[in-house]
Ligand binder design. Structure first.
Ligand SMILES: NC(=O)c1ccc[n+]([C@@H]2O[C@H](COP(=O)([O-])OP(=O)(O)OC[C@H]3O[C@@H](n4cnc5c(N)ncnc54)[C@H](OP(=O)(O)O)[C@@H]3O)[C@@H](O)[C@H]2O)c1
Length: 266
């Protein structure tokens, strides 16, 4: 169990695959002990075993949690306290997408997505920030999305949930900066993970298709670099930055939404 002094611990949510797994490996190699959180215990245990072969001196703990349940953040926080795990880096990466027109949404799936993408991320910050403030050190890395920079028809609730992550992260970064705690928000563009299958978006879609997707390793690398630099909000990739900049300067919200609709309906 992770309890020795002078060890640095990173808690990574959504660490059972995709970008979260890659972020966890980068932090492992940088010398962090890990607490890996997701629902799939079998995948977490396989990664735990693999990470032991990469860095045998590091402690890698796993915790099964469903962050679409409102009690999960408190359960994770209690687990860290019961096991004397002091979290130096909190990576709020777990998230899911949901495609389709608003009238097609299932209420249950919608509620779970919003709880996962917004509430749990918020609550984990709320629980772990006080310890970081008291120690006058710590990093929080929240994973948003390029989709959070503009309204995205047919991904409306998902893109709005990521706009929440962006605004929330920048706001708490201001609250925590005088305590030596940095909050970074990193926005991937299209990345080659299970995200697309889970969101029910086809590989053949012209705008979101396979050819537009980059490696989760590269995205994770970018996120960790920005986090250690203490950058507030940043976006992976030049093209994505141009797109976000373009939608940011337009004073015409309707025009923005129309352009997005045209692009995603191709
Ligand atoms: N891929 C992209 O193109 C893209 C673009 C922009 C932003 N993002 C964001 O990047 C983050 C990581 O996504 P990814 O692309 O790596 O997708 P992914 O491969 O589907 O990974 C998602 C991770 O979140 C975990 N997760 C999902 N639901 C959960 C729940 N209810 N409770 C706890 N953990 C849960 C999954 O593990 P379990 O299923 O085992 O729980 C998995 O470890 C997300 O926040 C996503 O919105 C992705």
């Amino acid at each position: 169990m992770i309890d020795e002094k002078n060890r640095k611990v990173a808690l990574v949510t959504g660490a059972s695959g995709g970008i979260g797994r890659e972020i966890a490996e980068i932090l492992l190699v940088k010398g962090y002990d890990l607490l890996l959180v997701a629902r799939s215990l079998d995948k977490l245990e396989a990664i735990q075993a693999e990470f032991k072969t990469i860095a045998s001196a590091r402690d890698v703990a796993v915790l099964q949690a469903d962050l679409s349940q409102s009690g999960a953040p408190k359960m994770i926080f209690d687990f860290t306290n019961e096991n004397n795990i002091s979290v130096d880096i909190l990576v709020n990466n777990a998230g899911v997408g949901m495609s389709g027109a608003i009238d097609e949404y299932s209420e249950e799936v919608l509620l779970k997505m919003i709880l996962l993408n917004t509430f749990s991320l918020t609550a984990l910050c709320k629980y772990f920030a006080p310890q970081m403030k008291a120690r006058r050190s710590g990093n929080i890395l929240n994973i948003a999305s390029l989709a959070g920079y503009q309204p995205v028809p047919y991904l409306a609730a998902y893109s709005a949930s990521k706009s929440y992550v962006l605004n929330f992260s920048d706001a708490i970064a201001m609250e925590l900066e005088e305590y030596g705690v940095s909050v970074s928000c990193y926005s991937p563009g299209h990345t080659d993970t299970e995200f697309w299958d889970r969101a029910e978006i086809s590989k053949d879609n012209k705008f979101y298709g396979q050819k537009t997707r980059v490696s989760p390793k590269d995205v994770a690398q970018g996120a960790v670099i920005k986090m250690f630099k203490g950058k507030l909000s940043s976006i992976y990739g030049f093209k994505n930055n141009v797109m976000a900049f373009g939608s940011g300067i337009s004073p015409f919200r309707k025009l923005n939404a129309r352009i997005a609709k045209k692009l995603v309906s191709k």
